[in-house]
Design a protein around this ligand. Structure first.
Ligand code: ZN
Length: 91
């Protein structure tokens, strides 16, 4: 019995039509403040600056950015340009 190995290339890219969701939390020990999540970083940053304005020692924040990424299969067959082209996404 003969085994044939076939490798398929993939790539992962952000889903362009969806902006990353940003959130932030205050890192001051014992403070549980968190910003309301938004897809606008400036909105989250303004919330953090307001929090610091009310509590001056609370000036460090952990920010998280969450996006949606999609994996695409990349074709191994050469095109007329001699380069591989990505397969059509299924979304
Ligand atoms: Zn705080």
């Amino acid at each position: 019995m003969r085994t044939v190995m076939r490798f398929v290339n993939h790539r992962i890219i952000p889903l362009a039509r969806k902006r990353p969701v940003v959130s932030a939390k205050c890192l001051y020990e014992g403070c549980g403040w968190t910003a309301e999540t938004s897809d606008d970083l400036a909105v989250v940053d303004r919330q953090g600056m307001s929090h610091t304005g009310l509590s001056p020692h609370h000036a460090m924040f952990g920010r998280t950015f969450e996006d949606v990424a999609i994996v695409q299969r990349v074709s191994q067959w050469p095109t007329t340009t001699g380069r591989s082209s990505p397969a059509s996404p299924d979304y």
